[in-house]
Design a binder for this molecule. Structure first.
Ligand code: N01
Length: 545
């Protein structure tokens, strides 16, 4: 496998379009690092990005209060020591604006922009069996032709807009948190309605409430939220982390979700501990804030009785914060805690103590329709100037399935995945040679620190490509048996936990008609070990030709 052309921007053209070694779809954290590494390998690479800037998730999700729940100094690239030493995060949890500046800094520092075509959406990717190459078409009407096609499309980038009748007739403005206007939105003096109470809503509700004339929250499922306890990072904390960065990164990779080595982890069962000890532990973790909340005992996500202890603890906190008893009870979730993604907030529950904030449950009666003036549910019309859809994403598979991807024999990805996604390692699929999915379904992806997970995948792909170069191979493709076994293994891992018990987006349960399959692989270290073991066994389960 020799590079077709080793220049940065110019490419050869043939009747099948501009010729590249690799097309990368997306210029978020995964796409940018993929471009960087492929260029380093001497390959001619182009990335197509729908947005007019880099950053992916952090480009689109500009809603008020958007910030990352993973600590900033851990949610960052480690591939360049100079980069991690020179960049200064200002807060424990970085804001969307700061993460986006970081992404822009990376793009400039490593001169990635000449390889990226912005405002360019990939519409289709078809494998041509005669040439053994991928033919890609874009929204700009361009054709690209490449040996490798790498999907760096993100797991939470395809928005989920519920189809509520009447939306087109709404006289006000409506927004989805995942496609927030770049110029921002001023809600001063506006009556605002927000649909959804997931992470995006929980972050935005307190800030929108502060600005708007009134805010009404439409809640289908109450959510558990833990205080984030965001704060400014001190110079000494930054210096200490930077002095030991390599160790922190290595320790994080041994953690189940590839971050949080600094959380104090407990060991045993919550049921074996005294009720007083469990309360004390949860209380201390509530005060600390963040993802460490459920790290005190190892059976919170394995045993319903253990889980109930943490769930009741949070419900009691809600009852203690929200003064109106009926509102507090409506805000108390009744499902397994942690089964849906835990949320982290700044003043979320307190916001319901404001006179201008109202909570409406749509649990038993869905939102019936949008009217020119607002929306109707429970036979009541609520009047708004603006509506916010914090209704989440068609996670993990949405962005891939919205493209027309076809492998061998013209097999459509939509058909291959009609009963749920099937991959080998979340990286590649049988029938789709030389097509890679960074943090695809079947890998830890959304259950891990995404920056760590994307780097691990990019590094794995580059090592495989180097092996192909060394062996003079053209194609890499998952074998059917290996893929079948992997899908079964990922499902089995989840079935030993409480994760499949609630209607989460991990299962695709938030999108009507989506097959109910638990998509991510549980546990980052075990996954990495499997990847490495497969490589050591001569890329077991992959066919090279
Ligand atoms: O989306 P969600 P999100 N009628 O799917 C409701 C990451 N993230 O954008 O639970 C009424 O969690 C839906 O109700 P239900 C993070 O991984 C990270 O908030 O399906 N309601 C739910 O309440 C997160 O998990 C960060 O019953 C409807 C809400 O909309 C993921 O992105 C910040 C409805 C959707 O919640 C997604 O979070 C933000 C309908 N028709 C996001 N349809 C940080 O790191 C949907 N809902 C901080």
């Amino acid at each position: 496998m020799a590079s077709e052309k080793n220049t940065k921007t110019s490419t050869a053209n043939n009747s099948k379009g501009a010729v590249f070694d690799a097309v990368v779809v997306g210029a978020g954290f995964a796409g940018m690092y993929m471009v960087y590494r492929l260029r380093e390998m001497g390959l001619n690479v182009v990335a197509c990005e729908e947005g007019d800037g880099v950053g992916g998730t952090w480009f689109w999700n500009r809603y008020p209060g958007a910030r990352c729940d993973v600590e900033s100094m851990e949610y960052s690239y480690e591939f360049s020591e100079a980069l991690q030493q020179e960049w200064n995060w200002t807060e424990r949890f970085a804001s969307q604006a700061e993460i986006l500046s970081y992404a822009n800094h990376v793009a400039d520092r490593f001169d990635l922009r000449p390889h990226i075509r912005f405002s360019t959406r990939v519409e289709s990717a078809h494998f041509n069996e005669r040439s053994n190459r991928w033919q890609v078409t874009t929204s700009a009407g361009n054709k690209l032709n490449a040996r490798f096609c790498i999907m760096a499309t993100g797991c939470l980038s395809s928005t989920n807009m519920p189809s509520i009748p009447g939306l087109d007739d709404f006289a006000g403005n409506f927004y989805h948190t995942g496609r927030w206007p770049q110029e921002g939105v001023d809600f001063s003096n506006r009556r605002v309605g927000i649909i959804g109470t997931g992470s995006s809503a929980i972050q935005s509700i307190p800030l929108v409430a502060e600005q708007a004339k009134s805010l009404t929250v439409f809640q289908r499922t109450a959510t558990y939220s833990i205080p984030a306890r965001n704060e400014a990072l001190s110079a000494s904390e930054i210096a200490e982390t930077k002095a030991n960065y390599a160790q922190l990164r290595a320790d994080n990779k041994k953690q189940p979700a590839a971050f949080g080595a600094r959380f104090k982890r407990g060991g045993g069962s919550a049921l074996a501990a005294s009720p007083k000890a469990v309360q004390k532990d949860l209380e201390a973790r509530w005060e600390l804030g963040g993802f460490g909340f459920m790290a005190g005992f190892n059976d919170f996500l394995l045993n319903e009785d253990a889980n109930a202890l943490a769930a009741e603890f949070v419900r009691n906190k809600i009852r203690g914060i929200v003064s109106d008893k009926a509102t507090a009870e409506l805000l108390c979730p009744d499902q397994i805690i942690g089964c849906k993604r835990l949320c982290f907030d700044t003043n979320y529950y307190d916001t319901y103590n404001r006179d201008d904030v109202h909570l409406v449950s749509v649990k038993n009666k869905p939102i019936e329709r949008v009217t020119p003036n607002g929306l109707v549910t429970n036979d009541v019309e609520y009047v708004f100037d603006d509506l916010i859809f914090a209704t989440g994403f068609d996670a993990m598979t949405g962005s891939l399935l919205r493209m027309d991807i076809r492998g061998r024999d013209g097999e459509r990805l939509q058909d291959k995945w009609h009963a749920g996604p099937r991959t080998y390692l979340g990286l590649n699929m049988h029938g789709f040679p030389n097509l890679f999915t960074i943090t695809g379904p079947g890998s830890p992806s959304v259950l891990a620190n995404m920056v760590v997970a994307t780097q691990q995948h990019v590094n794995w792909i580059c090592a495989a490509l180097k092996q192909m170069q060394a062996d003079d191979k053209t194609l890499i493709e998952a074998e059917a048996d290996a893929e079948d076994q992997w899908v079964e293994y990922v499902n089995t891992l989840a079935s030993h936990t409480l994760y499949p018990t609630c209607n989460s987006w991990y299962l695709g349960a938030n999108v009507p008609g989506k097959p109910r399959v638990f998509m991510p692989h549980l546990g980052f270290p075990a996954y990495v070990e499997r990847c490495e073991e497969i490589v050591s066994a001569g890329y077991r389960g992959f066919a090279f030709s």
